[in-house]
Design a protein around this ligand. Structure first.
Ligand SMILES: *Cc1c(COP(=O)(O)O)cnc(C)c1O
Length: 388
């Protein structure tokens, strides 16, 4: 009998098999390229398509399979494939689905490097890309063309945090025969279930919350049964594979994902609320705040919020901006997020083509780490006070 399990339980129990590894709790790191067969009969059996017993290290090993299995189960998808980075998972999910002459619709608030791939690489391959207003919802139907093959969504938007109505857009896309790919790094499969909401391929930059400790780069794409064979074929054809040591770190991070996210969520929200009240802050961009434009969609679709959000500071001189960052003691200045530590970074003015970014003032991305929330609030408040 299989009891139904909450995701927090799945995190602890899935993707490991102690009996197989002399009782070891964790699946060991399997390093290797060649996998020997005992005889030709066994070798031939391994080569059959879909055989989970891989014939070569590039197709995976027990460490890889453990993480793929755990993520696929969390996402509620058919199967998952690991990539060497989150960006690689995004770009290869797109490449799996498109061909020359196709049209792709992408959210205007997409992660910058994914946008760059679309405008620089997809266009070079003869794939047209248009960007849509992240708030468009079912209005997406007006942008669909007979050759629209993929709708690429990311909610909330990178840097600007607009929530998107994924189910409404998925209905439009599917009615027109297009695929839906989602970058779900912000919410993780703990807080948003893309496949349940109509997404065909769900992508995670595992570098962020799944690894959780800023010590490895990794991506994962999870497909429903319909999209899986295309994703798998592209991953094979492009030679996409992930290093076993990084996969091990991701498995290790995964086990504590639930408790870490609860704390990131609470810390982020407390910090966001405190910043909202500060006179140097014009606007806080965080869908879990009741006044946020995306709050209703967030409440309807998400089970929680991560620790990443944005704030728009009052217009500021460059020296004052530098002074603010120098004054921060607990927030590191750096890219990425999802680790245990807090970060803050001024963002370039968002590149837009469908919905212009009209906010004046400096956009700052904040990641609330696992420090005590009161300390984070005190630190940011004193730095803002300093430039007031
Ligand atoms: C960081 C990030 C990525 C890319 O992940 P890498 O592992 O750094 O390549 C993709 N999408 C989003 C939303 C991200 O924040």
């Amino acid at each position: 009998m299989t009891l139904s399990r909450a995701p927090a339980t799945t995190l602890v129990h899935t993707g490991r098999d102690s009996q197989r590894f002399d009782g070891m709790v964790n699946t060991p790191v399997f390093r290797g390229s060649t996998i020997l067969a005992d005889n030709l009969t066994q070798w031939e059996a391994r080569k059959t398509p879909g055989n989970p017993m891989a014939s070569y290290g590039r197709f995976g090993n027990p460490t890889t399979r453990a993480l793929e299995q755990a993520i696929a189960q969390l996402e509620g998808g058919h199967r998952s494939w690991l990539f060497p980075s989150g960006l690689s998972a995004c770009t290869h999910s797109l490449l799996a689905l498109v061909q020359q002459g196709d049209h792709v619709l992408m959210t205007d608030s997409v992660y910058g490097p994914t946008r760059q791939f679309a405008t620089q690489v997809l266009s070079r391959l003869g794939v047209q890309v248009d960007f849509f207003d992240p708030l468009i919802g079912a209005g997406l139907s007006a942008l669909m063309r007979p050759n629209t093959r993929v709708v690429f969504v990311e909610s909330p938007g990178s840097a600007t945090f607009e929530m998107q109505d994924i189910p409404a857009m998925a209905d439009v896309a599917h009615a027109a025969g297009a695929w839906v790919v989602m970058d779900n790094t912000w919410a993780t499969p703990m807080f948003f279930k893309p496949v349940e909401h109509g997404v065909d391929i769900s992508v995670q930059a595992a570098t962020k919350y799944i690894v959780g400790h800023s010590d490895a780069l990794l991506g994962v794409a999870t497909a429903n049964a319909r999209a899986w064979h295309l994703l798998e074929k592209a991953a094979h054809d492009f030679g996409q594979t992930a290093g076993p040591d990084d996969v091990f770190l991701a498995l290790r991070g995964l086990r504590t994902l639930s408790v870490r996210l609860q704390q990131h969520w609470a810390n982020g929200l407390q910090l966001a609320q405190a910043l909202q009240a500060h006179p140097m802050v014009r606007r806080v961009l965080h869908p879990a705040l009741p006044g946020d434009p995306g709050h209703a969609v967030w409440r309807r679709d998400c089970l929680g919020a991560s620790g990443l959000f944005g704030m728009v500071l009052q217009p500021l001189s460059q020296p004052n901006l530098h002074r603010f960052f120098e004054r921060l003691e607990l927030f590191g200045i750096g890219l990425s997020w999802g680790g245990y530590e807090s970060l803050a970074l001024p963002m370039d003015r968002p590149v837009r083509s469908a919905r212009p970014w009209v906010e004046e003032g400096v956009l700052v991305r904040v990641h609330a780490g696992l420090e005590c929330a009161d300390d984070l609030v005190r630190d940011m408040t004193q730095a803002l006070d300093h430039i007031s």
